[in-house]
Each structure stands twice: as structure tokens, then as C-alpha cells.
Design a protein around this ligand. Structure first.
Ligand code: DER
Length: 234
């Protein structure tokens, strides 16, 4: 099975949790895309009714509009029944790294407002501890003096061999999030130790808006692997 087929399997399994009448957090990324497509299919087939979607990015909003999924926002729906979204990393305690797609702030706002947050991944996302894979740990920062903020972040995790890099948009410019902010990616050589301490430290830096560690937020993680699907509940 290809990675994308595994993502689709996890996504379709998550959509089995969706009931008519629900307010749904719609995730962002290539795995969540399959879940949103599936919800659109079931609505069109009449198997799901009265769904309201709360998108976690402009990209997902556009996808949902094209599928005819009725949309609203957190101002109108401060409490959401169920969110379905992907992740970049999942540790054994269901803590996540998210945000390599640049949508972490709206994802964390929406998923923080959910009664249930079902995370969908293929098995390649499973790690023993967050941030140790050498891949990006995203932090959304205000553009004002971003170098100052990036340096503070890098110094904070110096003992983990941290290198902070501004995410670019692939066209030589800085990536700009849906909220008009920049993303500084932290590349760590070693684990950052206590995740809550790291989270608090990052959020205490004035130029930081939010980071990509979703601690104790997922209520269920659905993992699709070569040997089948596993469903891990908090
Ligand atoms: O950017 C994000 O938070 C995405 O959800 C990411 O974490 C997972 O993206 P993927 O499903 O394309 O791997």
C-alpha cells in the first residue's frame, strides 16, 4: 500500500465516527483532505445530513466549499463535536507535532474547542518522542523582528542542538500563514525533554503566537499501517 492509500484508509475510518447533525472541525493536510472528501461524498449520497464544518485553514475552506459542505466558524460554534485532522508526529502518549503545512494556529484553535479530536496518520508518523526526528517543530511568530524571536527560540533549545530557520514559500519569500504570520521551524538534534516545560517556555516569548506541539489534545489516534488499522484512545 502506498503512503497515500494508508492515509485514505485512516481518514475513512475516522469518518465512521461522524454522525448527522454534528459540528465538525475539518483538518488540513494530505491525510485530512481524504476525510473532508469522504464527508462531502456521504453528504452528497444523503448518508450524512445537517453537518456544519469549521475549517482549520483557507485551503480546507476552499475544499469544503467545492464539496458543498456547509461551513461556519468558531465565533458561531464555540463548541465542536468532533475534529478530524492529521499530524506530522505522534508519540506513545498521543501528543502530536502538527503544522508542517503551516496551519497550526487555526488547527489548535479549532481542535482545542472540540469534544473529540480524532487524529489520522499513516504509520510513518509514529515516533518515540516528539521533535527528535530531526524534522521541523513549527512555531508561528509575528513578522515584526522575527530574527529576534528565532534567536530566542534557538537559544532556548541550544542544549538540544536546535537550529531555527524561517520557513520560505518556495519562491524565495517568507511563508506567510493564513493569519499573516511567519513560521520559524526548529530543527532539533535531541529530544527537548519535558514537553510541557518546552511548550510553556516557547509561549512565554512575546513574539511567539503558537507552536506545533499538540499536547494532550487528541482523544483518539487512528493509525493505518501495512498490517492494518489501530485505534488508540486517550
Ligand atoms: O500541517 C498540519 O498540521 C497537517 O495536519 C500535518 O500535520 C499533517 O499533514 P499530512 O497529513 O499532509 O502529512
Amino acid at each position: 500500500l502506498t503512503q497515500d492509500e494508508l492515509k485514505k484508509i485512516a481518514a475513512y475510518k475516522a469518518v465512521e465516527f461522524v454522525e448527522s447533525g454534528m459540528v465538525l472541525g475539518l483538518g488540513t493536510g494530505s491525510t485530512a483532505k481524504h476525510a473532508v472528501d469522504r464527508i462531502g461524498d456521504l453528504l452528497r449520497l444523503g448518508k450524512l445530513k445537517n453537518i456544519v464544518g469549521i475549517p482549520t485553514s483557507k485551503k480546507t475552506q476552499e475544499q469544503a466549499v467545492s464539496l458543498g459542505i456547509p461551513l461556519s466558524d468558531l465565533d458561531s460554534h464555540p463548541s465542536i463535536d468532533l475534529a478530524i485532522d492529521g499530524a506530522d508526529e505522534v508519540d506513545p502518549y498521543l501528543n502530536l507535532v502538527k503544522g508542517r503545512g503551516g496551519s497550526l494556529l487555526r488547527e489548535k484553535m479549532v481542535e482545542g474547542a472540540c469534544k473529540k479530536f480524532v487524529c489520522i496518520v499513516d504509520e510513518s508518523k509514529l515516533v518515540n518522542h516528539l521533535g527528535g526526528s530531526g524534522l521541523a517543530m513549527p512555531v508561528e511568530v509575528v513578522p515584526f523582528c522575527w530574527k529576534f524571536t528565532a534567536r530566542k527560540l534557538q537559544n532556548m533549545f541550544e542544549s538540544s542542538g536546535c537550529v531555527a530557520k524561517l520557513r520560505n514559500d518556495g519562491k524565495g519569500e517568507a511563508f506567510v500563514s493564513d493569519n499573516g504570520n511567519y513560521i520559524v521551524d526548529l530543527y532539533l538534534k535531541k529530544s527537548i525533554g519535558d514537553l510541557v516545560v518546552a511548550s510553556d517556555g516557547i509561549l512565554r516569548i512575546a513574539g511567539v503566537v503558537e507552536h506545533g506541539m499538540f499536547l494532550d489534545m487528541a482523544t483518539t489516534v487512528i493509525v493505518a499501517g501495512e498490517l492494518g488499522i489501530t485505534i488508540n484512545n486517550k
